[in-house]
Design a protein around this ligand. Structure first.
Ligand code: TXA
Ligand code: MG
Length: 321
């Protein structure tokens, strides 16, 4: 069994593994991460191997102390404002990097993505390892992100020796990524901190046009995808669909009209976007592993966390089956 509950013994064992160049899966408030010592290129190379991740896709470096950002990058005034407001929390900043970080971590870019996670076990682990952790989500490249230790075990199984179990992730979608390396702040990925909250601090943030060349592969049109086909449809369109009886439906909120689907999951009875985000990946994992032929998802309003939810659903539906 590679799943360990969190206590001082398992944290120390995991930190030891990281210090000696190993890889450990650990909880964050967003999704589970697959971490390695960010300063150890060989250790980081294992992450790419385990995930089947292309080398052009740079990693986020996780720190446990805001001061550590200066070991890695040149934070601007705007960066400090966001750090003070949102760290620890689901916000990743892309900043001009300092020398010393292996090229593999940043894919040879002049910038580095950094965040301070809000999960206490993640912070304890980084502190015990005494090094920043480069960590992508702990899933095979392109597949649904893991929000429980069991998801990690199902997807990566024997490829990871140690999975720390910090319970289900409380945010449930990945961090918001904001690029501060240019003249104007740019949103690279909507996530756990709503864009509106960020704009309150820094003013208007540029949004990457969906058709422009992606510079965050999380921005690839096809990502976060289940094996089963997924379609975003209105409840009316689902009702008329020829595959309704074989479908699994992801409702945003409680629905009065009963649809005769094979499976129904309601993300939030009351239509609360935060709750829906927490449930999103677990619901998709569940439907993907069930015997439904196709997944139908009801669209959610694109405000607050709804922006991240719709982003993940669109990429999940971009698969050409
Ligand atoms: O919530 C999260 O951010 C989770 C947890 C584990 O912290 N991590 C995560 O990592 O989602 P990953 O690798 O699945 O997604 C990181 C994204 C990638 O799309 C990558 O391209 C982008 O961050 N990224 C990393 N460094 C970058 C850089 N220097 N410039 C632009 N994008 C970058
Ligand atoms: Mg990922």
């Amino acid at each position: 069994m590679s799943i360990y509950s969190i206590h001082s013994g398992s944290l120390e064992k995991a930190a030891q593994k990281l210090r000696s160049g190993g890889v450990v899966a650990f909880p964050t408030e967003t999704v589970y991460g697959l971490g390695a010592d960010a300063f150890n290129a060989l250790a980081v190379a294992q992450i790419f191997e385990i995930k089947n991740r292309p080398h052009f896709d740079p990693l986020i470096v996780h720190i446990a102390d805001t001061a550590d950002v200066e070991r890695l990058a040149f934070p601007s005034k705007t960066a400090w404002k966001l750090i003070e407001k949102f760290w620890p929390g689901p916000l990743t900043l892309v900043l001009k990097k300092k020398p010393g970080i292996p090229d593999l971590v940043v894919s040879g870019l002049e910038t580095i993505a950094i965040r301070m996670p809000a999960h206490p076990a993640a912070l304890d682990l980084i502190r015990a390892a005494k090094t920043p952790l480069a960590a992508p989500s702990a899933n095979p490249f392109g597949y649904l992100s893991p929000t429980t230790a069991q998801h990690v075990e199902e997807q990566l199984g024997e490829r990871v020796e140690m999975i720390l179990d910090g319970g289900p992730c409380t945010t449930g979608v990945e961090s918001t990524i904001v690029d501060l390396s240019g003249d104007k702040p740019k949103l690279l990925r909507p996530g756990g901190i709503p864009l509106e909250e960020i704009e309150k601090i820094v003013g208007l943030v540029d949004q990457q046009h969906p058709t422009s060349k992606p510079n965050a592969p999380g921005q690839l049109p096809q990502h976060y995808a289940p094996h089963k086909p997924l379609q975003i449809l209105s409840v009316e369109a689902m009702r008329q669909h020829s595959l309704l009886a074989q479908s699994g439906i992801l409702f945003f909120k409680k629905n009065k009209n009963h649809l005769k689907a094979k499976k129904n999951i309601v993300l939030s009875e009351t239509g609360d976007l935060k709750e829906a985000a927490t449930q999103l990946f677990a619901a998709l994992h569940h439907l993907d592993q069930s015997d439904v032929k196709i997944i139908f998802a009801e669209p959610v309003p694109e405000i607050g966390l709804g922006l991240a939810i719709m982003d993940r659903l669109r990429r999940a539906s971009a698969m050409n089956h």
